[in-house]
Design a protein around this ligand. Sequence first.
Ligand code: CP3
Length: 357
Amino acid sequence: MSTPAAPLAPKPADSVFVHACRRDQPEDRVPVWFMRQAGRSLPEYKRVREGIPMLESCMRPELVAEITLQPVRRYGVDAAIFYSDIMVPLKAVGVDLDIVPGRGPVMGSPVRDEADLAALRPLQPDDVGYVTEAVQLLVAELGATPLIGFAGAPFTLASYLVEGGPSKDYARTKAMMVGRPDLWDRLCTALADIAGAFLEVQVGAGASAVQLFDSWAGSLSAADYARYAQPYSARVLQRVADRGVPRIHFGVGTGELLGSMGAAGADVVGVDWRIPLAEASRRIGPAYAVQGNLDPALLGAPWPVLAERVRDVVRSGAEAPGHVFNLGHGVPPDTDPAVLARVVELVQDEGPALRAS
Ligand code: CP3
């Protein structure tokens, strides 16, 4: 007589999140997580970050693991996003930069000519040993819950390097892009290789999916995006193409770019709040799942109004071949965590019926 085999522990690859990314979503489930779910909206985050500068916090594996897990514990979201920043791999290769609270990434000196490119040496896994360590800790803790690794796309990274900090119009960046296409190509190729290596490290250590953040790509026309941004994002996504993990590609204000963003090598296209998911999915085509797209500003609206908007997002997402519920951009710092908890509960409880309606 043989003893029955022990039931296999569920794995992240079997999760609703990964299935939705792969367009074989169980009809009755809607996975949900939030961009910037870790961070300043959580009192437990503010407590553990006290007195520790942002970039330093990203280099302490135990702290990274704790901060990444905080929203998973609190909300029961269907995926964790690795706590780090798009600027971390640049800092790791020695670029002089800081992340200033309330402002964002600021460069010691901006990248404006050939000589400045020397700062962008290739990223070796040893440069970010703390990332490998933190991902390994997290994968062990998370069990069946998938961990999403991420990187910044070359255009968005270049915008910080060239402007020297956050910008509204990206004027210097765009001037270099169209005026010095040779320099732009060298800059974005170097950034693509750094971002690609950063994703490889996270996937190699056990991340179950990746997201490429091209947050500011929506400032480009479709033609300029296709010519000056998409090829470099494709180069990043190609680096993890054969790793068997879903690839999510996100930007803000990208209604006219959605098709190109999918074609860059994504499985899932992240959509902001300006376009209903059903329409976004028509633009991207049937070979892609979508992620999004509740307007983060509505988190401050009275609950009955907000709840109806959450339901609209789930219904519209049901028309796509796969839908991961999220916001259209990150959680605002002043968000009441209790509201996010209610959103998760609503999506998980009512999702099945809403998708069927
Ligand atoms: O929870 C998560 O989403 C994971 C962690 C994460 C952070 N940054 C932590 C962070 C992720 C995925 C990012 C990505 C990131 N960083 C992007 C792309 C996503 C987006 O929002 O469009 C961009 C553009 C950056 C650059 C950056 N870093 C900005 C614009 C800021 C905000 C500046 C501010 O203070 O308002 C940061 C800092 C940052 N990154 C914080 C966190 C938690 C706040 C730092 C703090 O606590 O002081």
